[in-house]
Design a protein around this ligand. Structure first.
Ligand code: ADP
Ligand code: TRP
Length: 321
């Protein structure tokens, strides 16, 4: 089974990324053929600052490695280091119906959030389809927000196969229902674009400031509250033990849940959960040459696979004459 997923280096990775995608990918390392990559070409739809993009790419790589991804046990690379993906994007875009891409809501959401409506942003799902099909992935672990993009990838694989003969695996999304959408500080989806995140490796005062800013209602401590409608409880759920969660749930239901104390408890849990990874990340970033070498080797492995697919694709469509 080939499992593949990518992440944009467009800002600090956060706990939504971790629970929605990174944790699942790392857990698959031993049992599957795993492909993990940093999608810097996708990030260019919102980042036009060379330092930010380059530093963000190295940092996202350090994040993954610090969290336990072993580059020897998977293929781990940076998207733009395998240029074949751009060629496949073009070929797929000649098959992509306008209506299919126009229906993608992430384009509209991003414009509504102030990202410039470029052609690249519009055709983003086609590049993502090329990412997936190029490596013949069977399964793609993502958060709920990416489900529609997976449908585009499936449609394009089927259309290509139908037009030119069986070539691509039709990929399946793998969405972990329990953490499909991690809420942000304001209760909307946690996202780099909404400035409502808890970054993975924040610590000390900066982390405290974010956690204390989680929005809660104005119900008094002693009043009963609904835990399942509370943003803070949803975040606590990700970190607390089942026993402790039950205790806090009872406090919500029977009265006595003090948001301030629960936030401090969450602060401790988050801080401890990532303590070891935080240290490892610092070590990785202190040695960028080794980090680049890991990514270079990863790109070599990825490219060997990509070239095989592209050979077949060129043959099928008539680009070999
Ligand atoms: P962002 O919205 O912060 O820019 P990305 O689009 O880079 O995040 O998402 C990277 C991966 O993390 C995707 O698989 C996405 O589905 C997942 N993800 C992002 N935010 C969340 C969230 N709040 N809850 C669950 N998964 C998420
Ligand atoms: N679009 C994805 C996101 O914003 C990132 C991504 C790019 C991706 N290519 C991919 C995810 C291929 C899975 C597979 O999160």
């Amino acid at each position: 089974m080939k499992i593949l997923s990518g992440i944009q280096p467009s800002g600090q990775l956060h706990i939504g990324n971790y629970f929605g995608m990174m944790q699942t990918m790392i857990a698959h390392m031993e049992s599957s053929e795993l492909f993990v990559f940093i999608v810097d070409l996708h990030a260019m739809t919102s980042v036009h600052d060379r330092n930010r993009l380059a530093a963000g790419t190295l940092e996202a790589a350090a994040d993954f490695l610090a969290l336990g991804l072993d580059p020897e046990q998977c293929t781990f690379w940076v998207q733009s280091d395998v240029p074949e993906v751009c060629e496949l994007t073009w070929i797929l875009s000649t098959l992509a119906p306008m209506g299919l891409i126009e229906r993608c809501h992430s384009y509209k959401d991003k414009i509504a959030n102030g990202i410039e409506p470029s052609h690249g942003l519009f055709s983003y799902p086609v590049l993502m389809a090329a990412d997936i099909l190029l490596y013949q992935a069977d399964q793609v672990p993502v958060g709920q927000d990416q489900k529609q993009h997976l449908e585009v990838a499936r449609d394009l694989a089927q259309k290509f196969n139908h037009t030119f003969g069986e070539t691509f695996v039709v990929p399946e999304p793998a969405i972990n229902k329990a953490v499909a959408t991690v809420p942000g500080l304001d209760g909307r989806k946690m996202s780099k674009s909404y400035d409502n995140t808890i970054p993975l490796f924040l610590e000390g005062k900066a982390l405290k400031k974010r956690i204390m800013a989680i929005e809660t209602d104005a119900t008094p401590v002693e009043a009963p509250k609904n835990p399942d409608a509370c943003n803070l409880f949803a975040l606590l759920k990700l970190f607390a033990s089942p026993e402790r969660l039950q205790e806090v749930r009872d406090l919500y239901v029977n009265g006595g849940a003090a948001y301030g104390y629960i936030k401090l408890e969450l602060l401790d849990l988050v801080s401890n959960h990532f303590a070891e990874a935080r240290k490892k990340k610092t070590d990785y970033l202190a040695d960028p040459a080794s980090l680049r070498e890991i990514l270079r080797k990863g790109a070599e492995k990825a490219r060997a696979k990509a070239v095989l697919t592209m050979d077949m694709v060129r043959e099928r469509v008539g680009l070999k004459y």
